[in-house]
Design a protein around this ligand. Structure first.
Ligand code: MG
Length: 501
């Protein structure tokens, strides 16, 4: 489907240049006119947790009602070939915020257990930092899960101060309000605001309402200045416990009730933007960090094979919807091959920020897609499917090659192919469910993608070799014991709640 060629709300080129100039002035003066805002929009990035491709009405669910997200999709653009750079939490979040593959930005593993000293280091540049540099107010509301300081207390969350290592304040966020890691298995969690524990006894059943309220407050706090809100939900991640207000409302069990609560939350945020008169000038993005977990029972990854923890499409292909009435035409559906790392260069360019020149950004500016110039395509891109430090698959256009592997290479969360002697080639254009291996019929493509895999390993590393473009995580590369340790299910269980995908 193509975008309509005329968008009555879109700016002319002259208006756009004028507005961009206004934005530059406004960023230095703190005074934002309507024209400046239209060039540099507010951005609300709503990030669901473990929500699968098929869990929204607009992506085909018949058991979960998501009217707010469906309307948001109808008013903007919905992507069908968007993926997260990893199939578990921390690496996905690190890549999302930095525009770089997890190995490149230094968070290839889920933070916790033997990886409790892993986190997003201050040297990394995030979307929030770039937006803040352009005069944006910035907030991280919800789940962080990108590092904990030494001595962090998992029970009380004591020790996570704004001056401590890995804190959102060190990554460009004016406000942090939320959870440092996942909730305890019983659903309880302390809740922090910046330096302080504001609720030691918060609970997952009502936490979405709480996060939503805080996001709405932030929108209304200073509507004259642009803002970037990273609203990072902890739903529909385990534990699967419903908010009593939503219990039994869906046809997809507790899981569906949780997704419907996320939809409600999105409606509240969109309503707050309307109330503040900011809806037209705000880019709202909705997506998820990885596919639905195999154990969630009611979660759906749509037509795709596998789920959270695997490098089948069901692990990484997730919904992505963007709405910006002033600039994005309504009702578009894009099959462009895009991913979460594209958000940083896109938002940075919209905000008028300069991308850092001292590092490689893996994402691509999506403005041509958003504005309808190139709605389809981008299939000349290559995408690398890592699970931890193990490169498991390579995608180029319609082709996806699953690479040989042995159990010793795998991370503990692996839920896909554990042992593969020969590569498997799938044609995603005809076989999105990855069921028919066509490697024998296309040896030239197998050879080409194997060469791509070798290139990726040389640059981004592998389970047994560092890469030239890989973030230095010496303690991981030097200590093979930790990998062997994590491969044991027994050890996984022994790590208990501290390990949280
Ligand atoms: Mg997740």
């Amino acid at each position: 489907m193509r975008l309509p060629t005329a968008n009555s709300a879109a700016l002319t080129r002259r208006d756009f240049i004028k507005a961009a100039t206004c934005a530059a002035v406004a960023a230095s003066t703190g005074c934002w006119s309507r024209a400046a805002r239209a060039a540099a929009p507010n951005v609300v990035l709503i990030f669901a947790d473990d929500l699968g491709y098929g869990d929204l009405g607009c992506y085909g669910s018949n058991t979960i009602r998501t009217p707010h997200l469906d309307r948001m999709a109808a008013a903007g653009i919905r992507f069908t070939d968007y993926r997260s750079p990893c199939s578990v939490c921390s690496p996905s979040r690190a890549a999302l915020l930095t525009g770089r593959y997890p190995s490149r930005c230094g968070v290839p593993f889920a933070v916790g257990g033997v990886y409790s000293d892993l986190g997003l280091e201050e040297s990394e540049v995030t979307i929030a930092e770039l937006a803040k540099g352009r005069g944006y107010r910035t907030a991280c509301i919800g789940k962080w899960h990108l590092g904990i300081p030494p001595g962090f207390d998992f029970d009380t969350h004591a020790g996570f101060t704004a001056h401590s290592q890995f804190h959102p304040a060190r990554h460009g966020f004016d406000l942090f309000h939320g959870m440092v890691v996942n909730t305890h298995p019983d659903g309880s969690t302390p809740l922090l605001e910046d330096d302080s524990i504001v609720d030691p006894d918060a609970h997952v059943t009502t936490i979405t309402e709480h996060f939503t309220q805080r996001a709405v407050e932030f929108i209304h706090a200073d509507p004259q200045r642009p803002f970037f809100i990273y609203l990072s939900h902890t739903r529909a991640h385990a534990p699967w416990m419903p908010n009593p207000r939503f219990a039994g409302q869906s046809l997809a069990g507790v899981y569906g009730d949780m997704v419907e609560e996320i939809d409600w939350s999105t409606g509240m945020v969109l309503g707050a933007l309307e109330d503040a008169g900011l809806a037209a000038d705000t880019l709202v993005i909705f997506t998820s960090d990885n596919g639905s977990a195999p154990a969630s029972t009611y979660g759906s990854n749509g037509p795709f094979r596998g789920g959270k923890g695997s490098t089948f499409e069901g692990g990484l292909r997730v919904p992505c919807i963007m709405r910006w009435p002033a600039r994005i035409a309504a009702g578009a559906v894009s099959g462009a091959m895009v991913n979460a790392m594209d958000l940083l260069p896109t938002i940075a360019n919209l905000a008028g920020a300069t991308l850092p020149s001292d590092r490689l950004i893996d994402g691509t500016d999506l403005r041509p897609v958003l504005f309808g110039d190139r709605l389809e395509g981008m299939h000349d891109r290559v995408f690398y499917y890592y699970n931890g430090l193990n490169l498991q698959a390579v995608r180029e256009g319609q082709w996806k090659l699953h690479l040989p592997r042995t159990p010793e290479m795998l991370v503990w969360w692996e839920s896909g192919l554990r042992d593969l002697e020969e590569p498997l080639l799938y044609d995603l254009s005809k076989d999105p469910g990855e069921t028919q291996d066509v490697a024998a019929a296309h040896p030239d493509i197998v050879t080409r993608l194997m060469a791509e895999a070798a290139h990726a390993r040389a640059e981004l590393g592998s389970w047994d070799q560092p890469g030239t473009g890989q973030h230095t995580i010496t303690h991981l590369m030097d200590d093979r014991r930790s990998l062997r340790h994590l491969r044991s299910q027994q050890d996984h269980q022994a790590m208990g709640r501290d390990i949280a995908k």
